[in-house]
Ligand binder design. Structure first.
Ligand code: UT7
Length: 318
């Protein structure tokens, strides 16, 4: 063994999710904007979302979700040697979020980096974590997706403020004898970069909704199928399908095309809104809490969003 050796495989030990306390319903938004509950529910599927107050940052959200995942994993902060934070909404990018989250959780001297693949960020980070464990670069990794989208959205813009929300989700990844995280199928479409964009430091998030909608409902089910193929899993054997919670119509369109007929489909957007990199681990942590999915079942994750970026992998539910 010349260059070291990692674990034979990696798996997820636990998930954790966190949402800020303040609930904003469609009726709250309709009271101050030219929108209504019927439009939002029928076009996006959201009934309510959570928004963090001025005193609660995306770092605070990440610490909450990360702490829950760590507690559920049975590991202690001393066991974690790498922290990856997937986010695209950090308010102050210098220094990075990962080091601050690690410090707040009492994780001493881990590798710590942020990763921006927007709403695909959690799946990218999970792939990086799995590779780190398998290569021997890390033993146990805390992966967090955290977003405070409310600070990047114009509160007067009905086309975005009804959709985007705040939250965090986390997973602890550790060594395993058999694969618990399948190979990732990932990619990007930089030609569509302008479809979701914050133009400059003084601007809010702008989204060409229909462009992204068309792309998401036509280009992504083959990526999800490829992730299944790379994992050697038939979509019919999936216990859960957990795509990024962008729009309930997108979730259902992709689920239909996938043929995952026995899978519980995540519909967390209804009560959580679109929380970008947080949406997949947040949804899955809540499905586990509610007993909708069982430990040992296979879940297909599919992240997609600004970039445009996308990533998908099959995981074993912890
Ligand atoms: O998370 C990152 C990835 N993002 C996505 O995957 C988002 C993909 N896109 C979508 O989910 C949908 O395109 C949206 C939910 C963003 C928009 O839904 P849509 O059905 O594509 O609506 P639209 O943008 O075509 O707008 C239709 C109409 C417009 O009015 P006119 O021009 O027909 O008179 C909008 O001005 O709806 C109007 N509208 C609204 N009306 C009431 C836009 N926002 C609202 C609103 N309430 N909040």
């Amino acid at each position: 063994m010349k260059l070291g050796q990692g674990a034979p495989a990696a798996r997820i030990l636990a998930f954790g999710g966190y949402q800020p306390a303040q609930i904003v319903t469609n009726h709250d938004l309709a009271a101050r904007l030219d929108t209504n509950d019927e439009w939002i529910q029928s076009r996006v599927g959201i009934k309510e979302r959570r928004v963090a107050g001025p005193q609660e940052s995306e770092i605070d959200l990440a610490v909450q979700a990360g702490g829950k995942a760590l507690a559920a994993s049975g590991l202690s902060s001393d066991d974690i040697d790498l922290v990856i934070v997937a986010t695209c909404t950090i308010e102050t990018p210098i220094p990075n979020a990962a080091g601050r989250v690690a410090h707040r959780l009492g994780i001493t001297a881990p590798g710590a980096f942020d990763l921006n693949a927007a709403c695909a960020g959690f799946c990218y980070a999970l792939a990086a974590a799995s590779d780190a464990v398998r290569s021997g670069s890390a033993t146990n990794v805390l992966v967090v997706g955290t977003e405070k989208l409310s600070q990047w959205v114009d509160s007067e813009d009905r086309s975005t403020v009804v959709i985007f929300a705040d939250g965090a989700g986390a997973a602890v990844v550790g060594p395993s004898d058999r694969p618990g995280i399948g190979p990732v199928a990932w990619g990007s479409a930089g030609d569509k970069a302008e479809a979701i964009m914050v133009k400059d430091r003084r601007s809010f998030l702008h989204q060409e909704g229909q462009t992204v909608f068309r792309w998401a409902t036509t280009a992504l089910h083959p990526v999800a199928k490829l992730a299944c193929e790379r994992a050697g899993v038939d979509p019919a054997d999936l216990a859960a399908f957990v795509p990024h919670q962008a729009n309930l119509r997108i979730v259902e369109a992709i689920a239909r095309k996938l043929g995952a007929d026995n899978a519980v489909v995540a519909r967390d957007i209804v009560l959580a809104g679109n929380t970008s990199a947080a949406s997949i681990p947040l949804a899955l942590s809540r499905m586990i809490e509610r007993g909708e999915v069982q430990s040992g079942g296979l879940a297909l994750l599919l992240g997609f969003g600004a970039g445009l970026t996308y990533a998908s992998q099959v995981i074993e539910i912890p």
